[in-house]
Design a binder for this molecule. Structure first.
Ligand code: MG
Length: 170
């Protein structure tokens, strides 16, 4: 049986990942409203990935015989005024998620829960990629976003992103 504190953190992470999905849907919604459908596509796929993350945490707890409690998902409260704002919010949010994953890892480490640490390894690596992707978007927008033609091309680039299922299987 998993440690109570580790269980509580893993259970809460399900909610946090669903919130991430909700935040990214909200961001996709902002861009689609502003006729930047490529940015919208990128964040819609990001939302799908976050839902996958939530389900991976859910599945892990189920496999360990834990009864999962699903809590209410917060309303995304960010206000986006400029096209850069959602990108900055996304990058900031990924750093927060990294801190959450590290907190769970620390709790698992404290009780020598090697199984949970091994499960979390994938997420530790995934967060590096998420932060890098988010920062790259911010940097590209800062380089090209002010020029309409370049923004159009960047939007087309982001329209090409396709969804792939996570490599982690349980
Ligand atoms: Mg995630």
């Amino acid at each position: 049986m998993l440690n109570e504190k580790v269980i509580a953190l893993l259970n809460d992470q399900i909610n946090k990942e669903f919130y991430s999905a909700y935040l990214y849907l909200d961001i996709a919604n902002y861009y689609i409203d502003n006729d930047l459908d490529g940015f919208g596509n990128w964040y819609n796929i990001q939302a799908q990935e976050e839902r996958d993350h939530a389900l991976l945490f859910l599945r892990y707890l189920q496999q360990n015989g834990v009864k999962v409690t699903l809590e209410a998902i917060d309303k995304p409260a960010e206000v986006f005024e400029k096209h850069i704002d959602p990108l900055l919010a996304g990058a900031k949010h990924e750093r927060y998620v990294t801190s959450l994953i590290h907190t769970i890892y620390e709790a698992a480490y404290d009780v020598k829960d090697f199984r949970t640490m091994q499960f979390l390894d994938w997420f530790v690596k995934e967060q590096l990629e998420e932060e890098d992707n988010a920062d790259t978007l911010v940097n590209k927008y800062n380089l090209f976003g002010d020029d309409p033609k370049s923004l159009y091309l960047l939007d087309q680039e982001l329209a090409a992103r396709v969804y792939t299922a996570p490599s982690l299987t349980l």
